[in-house]
Structures are given as C-alpha cells and as structure tokens.
Design a protein around this ligand. Structure first.
Ligand SMILES: Cc1cc2nc3c(=O)[nH]c(=O)nc-3n(C[C@H](O)[C@H](O)[C@H](O)COP(=O)(O)OP(=O)(O)OC[C@H]3O[C@@H](n4cnc5c(N)ncnc54)[C@H](O)[C@@H]3O)c2cc1C
Length: 525
C-alpha cells in the first residue's frame, strides 16, 4: 500500500504485546506542549509513545476550524461537548469542552499567557524559568508579531484608539514574549491596571486556520489513535500497568500496556483528567483534593451596536473576532485564589443580519464580551458527572460584574451607535443587556446570575500542583506525578487554578513544563 512516510499513522492495529514508554491520554493543548518539548531532543527519539484521543480527527476537513466556523463548532456534539455544570443550588451553567484531535487548540482563537509571577506562585520555579519556557514555546507557534505594520485591521485600530480615549494604556511590545503577550502584574491604580493587549491569530487572511497546537508536533513519530476513549487506568498497587480503551468506531475494548519499570502515563485529558483519577479507587481514596479547586470564567455578552456608516467599509471578514483584549484590574475583587481579579473584554464585529435580506445586508454590528474569574472555586461530583461552579455565589461576583460594565459601557458605545429604540427594546426584553449605566446594569447582572449563566468554556483545576500532583521541586523526575502513584503524571490545564486570562497558552505551558522537567536532561531549573 502506498503510504507517505511523513503522513500520520492511519489507525493500523497495534500488536497486543506492545509496551509503551509513554501513553498520553488526550491530544489537546497540554499534550501538544508535552510532545513538542519531548521531540526537541534527539535522546528521546527511541521512546515509544502512544497518544489516545477520544474525539474525531477533523484535520481531514478544514471548515470546522475556519475562523467563521464557530457556530458549526458549537453546534456539533462531536467537537464540543457540554459538561453537566450547575450552581450549588442546581441551576445549569453553559460550560463545555473540546472533544477533537488537538483538543481546544483546534478551535481556540485568543492567545495570551498568565504572568510569570502567577506561574511561579502556582507551580513553583522562578520567574526567569517561566520567561524561558514562554520563549521556547512561543517560538514554536511561528506566528507573526502582531506589532508588525498592517497586522491589525483598520477597525481593530479604531477600537484600540477608543480604548486609549477611555483611559486604557495602549498595547506595548514590552508585554510580548517573542510573538505572544503575557499578562503583566500591575496593582490597581497603576497606569497599566487598564491595559490593551494584542495577539497574533492562528488564521490566514481568509480566516482559515493554518496553525494550532497540532502544528507543533511531529505526529508521524508517535502512534496516534483517535476515536479512542481511555476508560480506566489499570493499577497494580501504586503503578499504572496499562490503560483500558474503548474503540468508539467498533465499540470494542482493548488494553494498552505501559512498559514495566519505566513506562509512564501522562494525563492530558483536560477537564477529564480529574475524572480519570476520581475513578481510580486506589488514588482517589487517599486524596480528597482530586476534583477540587475547579473554576471557569463568568462570560457576559454585552450590547450590540451598529457600526457607524463611515466605518462600515473598513470592517472586514477577519474583524469577526478582533485579536485584542482590554483588561482592567478591579480593586477588591479576587480571582478565587486570592489575587486581584482581571476583567477581560473581547470584541467582535461583522455582518449582523445578512441572512434577513439584501436591504439590510450592509448593516454591520459590533459587540463584546466581558469575562472574569468567579470568586469561589468549584468542584467535581461523582454523581451524574456533575461539576459544581460557584458562579455568583459570592456577592463579589455581582460587584465585579456591575463595576466592569459601568466602567466600560461608554467605551463600548464609542465603537458604534446604539440600534434604533425598537431593536434595543427587543434586545433588552429578552436579554436585559444594558445600554445605560446604573439601574439597567444592575438588572442585567441579576438576570444573568439568575437565568443565563454562561461560562467561557475555560474550565481549569481539579489536579492542582501541590494538592494532587507533585511540583517536583526537589526531584524533577516527580514533576506532575500524581501523589500516591509511581508513574501517572498530569500535564494539562487541570494542573493549575483558573488563570485570569484566556487559558489555552497556560495549558500548552503545563505540557511543555512537565516534559521539560521529565525528559530534557539539560533543563535549567
Ligand atoms: C469552544 C471553546 C473555545 C475556546 N476558545 C479559547 C480561546 O479562544 N482562547 C483560549 O485561550 N482558550 C480557549 N478555550 C479554552 C482552551 O481550549 C482550553 O483551556 C484548553 O484547550 C485546555 O487544554 P487541555 O490540554 O487542558 O485540554 P483540552 O485541549 O481540552 O484537551 C483534552 C483532550 O483530551 C481528550 N480526552 C478527554 N478525555 C479523554 C479520554 N478519557 N480518553 C481519550 N481522550 C480524552 C479530549 O477529547 C481533548 O481532545 C476554548 C475552549 C472551548 C471549549
């Protein structure tokens, strides 16, 4: 049979007696960060690595990963799977995860790192170590520096100008590590406590995704199997000897073996990593911190405005999701782990109602989302696979939401013009989205907290460094190792509390960090 030597393995059966040096559960951001770091070193070339992904491999098609394919992504139960997330009193929260080759990285847009100070606090090592990790990882993304002339669209530049007029510090190259920004620590009142960040996108000028985490890995060097769900970690005392897997194509179960003595299982299942550990009795019964300290961003849609007639012609297809954030530190507000909370605003612009008819086809709209960490962290429950998220359980969440919207409503309005009264009336009737400060904002926040409850699909935590997994500060070979096990490590976003900004880069970084500590013999601490 003809086979391109560089092509990804096409699901051949694996001989029963095969033993793997490394079995990676999941192919998402953590996995891509982990594998790309291992593959950097020649001395790892002989490792026999198996990657098992529950989702389908959508890299056969491209439309779902197109910048304008978001709705398809969300509509597809194959790619996006809802969690059973609820508040403590049982109200549903819209929160989900990616279930596809490449994990969230295959459908992500925004790119920003947490601060190196935050990483030091949560994971250990010094600030210099994290700066170096970011340089190494960001280099692999091969994205242009967004400060290059012509990178930002004219409409994005206009939004940045409006931000500056509203008191935000303009984006600066000081916040970039190579081509990707990092959140910068700045106390409230500091001139940078209101800051705009710009980031590169992983799309070309047509909006097609050309880069993502899967571009970082040489997949032909590993055994990759998709449509394979790991259902059980098989344990002999504290050692994982193999993983039981459901082949979703055939409905058959199979066990893959871990090499005796030296083999490792690396959990990169994202939000499913805590579940796999909770279902592993020998580990779960000795550590009640598994599945705790979980959180997501509260994500509130804000007003729809019409793009001013003079600006309509400059809103192009890649303005759909603008590659910039405004961030504001809200005094007194905390992020669930005691740090000052950061409110982020995302911007979207484009053709609003083209499908309704040609007459209004040239109407363009601009809108935004405001998002921030819930003050109280949540937890996983065994029953019904529930995840309890304590959104608005602490009154600080209401205070943060009201302040963020009141502070920024004039800025949002400066990006466009209010729709006619009747349209506004209908929007407000259904959603209570405010167009004025004060009472309208209060009503909207209450309505959202009671009825809407949308998360940003950024679930983090559950296998936290120091609580569930070893920081490896005395012995790098223990980095990410699950307490009570000899050879199970976690290398994804479940290893840290929720970052205060978009999460994907932190997930890659966790994979990169664990691989660097375990498999790079020349690492610097
Ligand atoms: C719709 C959506 C949009 C997002 N947009 C952004 C964005 O624009 N910017 C941003 O920074 N972040 C974004 N995120 C968040 C980001 O995707 C996640 O924070 C990130 O992917 C987490 O990485 P991870 O490696 O921990 O887990 P994931 O990337 O979720 O990877 C886990 C992988 O493991 C697989 N898996 C799970 N359980 C098993 C099992 N038992 N057996 C085999 N495989 C398994 C899953 O299918 C998945 O592919 C978005 C998330 C979603 C859902």
């Amino acid at each position: 049979m003809f086979r391109n030597e560089n092509a990804v393995n096409i699901q051949d059966p694996i001989p029963d007696d095969t033993e793997f040096d490394i079995i990676v559960v999941g192919s998402g951001n953590g996995a891509c960060g982990f594998l790309s770091e291992i593959q950097k070193y020649k001395h790892n070339d002989n490792l026999k690595i198996l990657v098992l992904e529950e989702g389908h491999n959508y890299f056969y098609t491209s439309d779902v990963t197109h910048q304008n394919g978001w709705s398809k992504t969300y509509a597809s139960g194959d790619i996006f799977k809802l969690h059973n997330a609820v508040t403590p009193d049982g109200r549903s929260i819209l929160a989900g995860r990616a279930r596809t080759m490449g994990g969230g990285g295959s459908i992500n847009y925004t790119m920003i790192h947490e601060s190196s100070e935050w990483l030091t606090k949560q994971v250990g090592h010094d600030i210099g170590y994290w700066n170096t990790c970011k340089v190494e990882l960001n280099g692999l993304f091969e994205r242009p520096n967004p400060f290059e002339v012509g990178y930002q669209t004219p409409f994005a530049k206009y939004i940045i100008e409006n931000n500056v007029n509203a008191g935000y510090a303009p984006p600066t190259e000081k916040h970039m590590t190579k081509n990707i920004p990092s959140l910068t620590e700045s106390p409230f009142g500091d001139k940078n406590s209101k800051q705009v960040y710009i980031f590169p996108t992983q799309f070309n000028q047509f909006g097609q995704r050309t880069h993502s985490g899967v571009s970082l890995v040489e997949w032909n060097k590993v055994d990759l199997r998709w449509n394979r769900r790991v259902t059980e970690l098989q344990m002999e005392k504290s050692t994982c000897t193999g993983v039981k897997v459901l082949n979703i194509d055939t409905g058959k179960e199979i066990t893959y073996q871990v090499k005796k003595g030296t083999g490792k299982v690396i959990l990169c299942g994202g939000s499913q990593s805590p579940r796999l550990l909770m279902n592993t009795e020998v580990l779960a019964k000795s550590n009640d911190k598994i599945g705790k300290r979980v959180n997501d961003h509260i994500c509130m849609p804000l007003g729809i405005y019409l793009v001013d007639k003079k600006k309509i012609s400059v809103v192009g297809p890649t303005d759909n999701y603008q590659s910039l954030f405004s961030t504001e530190i809200i005094p007194g507000s905390t992020n669930g782990v005691g740090d000052a909370n950061v409110v982020n605003i995302d911007y979207f612009s484009g053709e609003g109602w083209k499908s309704i008819g040609d007459k209004i086809a040239d109407i363009k709209i601009t809108t935004s989302l405001v998002k921030f960490n819930a003050t109280r962290e949540g937890y996983y429950e065994m029953k019904d696979n529930k995840i309890i998220l304590q959104f608005f359980d602490d009154e600080q969440d209401t205070i943060t939401a009201e302040k963020a919207i009141n502070d920024n409503i004039d800025l949002l309005e400066s990006n466009g013009v209010k729709p006619p009264f009747l349209v506004r009336f209908l929007i407000q009737l259904v959603t209570k989205i405010p167009y004025k400060k004060g009472r309208q904002v209060k009503e909207f926040v209450k309505h959202f907290a009671d009825k809407t409850l949308l998360s940003e699909q950024h679930l983090a935590g559950g296998c936290i460094f120091g609580d569930v997994i070893d920081k490896g500060l005395n012995d790098s070979a223990s980095t990410g190792k699950v307490f009570g096990s000899d050879n199970i490590h976690v290398a994804d976003l479940s290893a840290v509390p929720l970052p205060r900004v978009s999460t994907q880069m932190t997930a890659y970084l966790m994979g990169h960090h664990v691989a660097k500590q375990l498999y790079n013999t020349k690492k610097k601490n």
